[in-house]
Design a protein around this ligand. Sequence first.
Ligand SMILES: Nc1nc2c(c(=O)[nH]1)N[C@H]1C(S)=C(S)[C@@H](COP(=O)(O)O)O[C@H]1N2
Ligand SMILES: [Mo]
Length: 410
Amino acid sequence: MKDPLSASTSRRRVLQASALGGITAFATPALAQALANLGLPGSPSMREMTTVFPQKGPMILQRNRPPLLETPMEVFDGSVFTPNDRFFVRWHWAVIPPSVDVDQFRLKVHGAVERPLSISLAALLNDLPRVEIAAVNQCSGNSRGFFQPPVPGGEWGHGAMGNAKWMGVRLRDVLDKAGVKAGARQVRFSGMDEPVVPTGPDFKKSLAIDHARDGEVMLAFAMNGEALPLLNGFPLRLIVPGWFSTYWVKMLSDIEVLDHADENFWMAKAYKLPDNRWADVSPGQTGYSTVPISTMVPRAWITNLSEGASVRLADVVPIRGIAMGGTRGVAKVDISPDGGRHWYPTELSPDEGRYSFRRWQISAKLPHGGKVPLTVRCTNSAGETQPMAQNWNPGGYRRAGAETITINAA
Ligand SMILES: Nc1nc2c(c(=O)[nH]1)N[C@H]1C(S)=C(S)[C@@H](COP(=O)(O)O)O[C@H]1N2
Ligand SMILES: [Mo]
């Protein structure tokens, strides 16, 4: 693979991205190109498609300001890695720098360290060993629009996720350069985006010190062999393999080593889950304990057929899709045409690593005409299988149950 950031090309690529005039699309209504139907059960299901955001192709418009852009399901049918220009976008606050001056940019490392640092991009690119890892970036609220009964929040379909090969440096190497002091407990990350009102809590997330130093958590400056799109965190973002993307801080500019537990709003109040295996409670239930969201769970989707698709009963129908194992690799993906009574194993495509999507396929004759529900479920290499029933929680987080689409055979 070509090196996206080798000495001669890096400066140019980096400038290319930063030379964007400004993200005017943030302020202007997107031009409607077409409509997308997310098939959501409890909320309006139609969304505009938009092409006005910089470095982005056709995306499902969930919100303009801050930008929330969803990846259409068919994009996942194209390849195991999600193209950068179709990769979903989510920000909490609308004050996002429209460009970044790569010569002025500095990453600050401070707090409980021996040597506070202010690192230039050039130093990050050239002075530390590079690593690359394939990993799924999935919003905690991915698929929230399917929650029944509905819950408030971004009503995403299944496209608030993407898979990429991330290239960068290990967070551990950066922390070692600064020299973490004994007594450090957490590492807090913050980006260049800002709240729209002075009283709004700046977006900051923290990881336990041992997790931060595990050698997998990394600072990425490239995805799929190119500089990061601005909206996906140019010039630098945190990658936390196996964890939900709320921790994957974009436009990362500040790393603070803490000698105490982070009590900021985004850690202590937001993104809390019922403290049980499937993050599952009954609507209206109260008094249960909660924990901060962390690792992802196995999931699988069909990508070449959508809800209501028609096929010929006489044909052998190719069915294919993607799956993820959460923190472990995908061991198998099974499909059921009868609500889970019978399961058939699918064929898996090559393994790109435990944190990556993995493609699966099967050619099948449908058992009968009329409506046929197709359910897919993933089992990861730890033997954990998706449940048939969907979980529910008031945040609309970490949907886990096997997904079903119903098609028509005639
Ligand atoms: N600086 C910054 N980083 C951030 C966020 C943010 O609001 N600001 N949102 C997080 C959340 S909740 C998600 S889902 C991912 C989205 O990553 P993407 O836009 O690259 O797909 O970014 C994460 N990192
Ligand atoms: Mo998110």
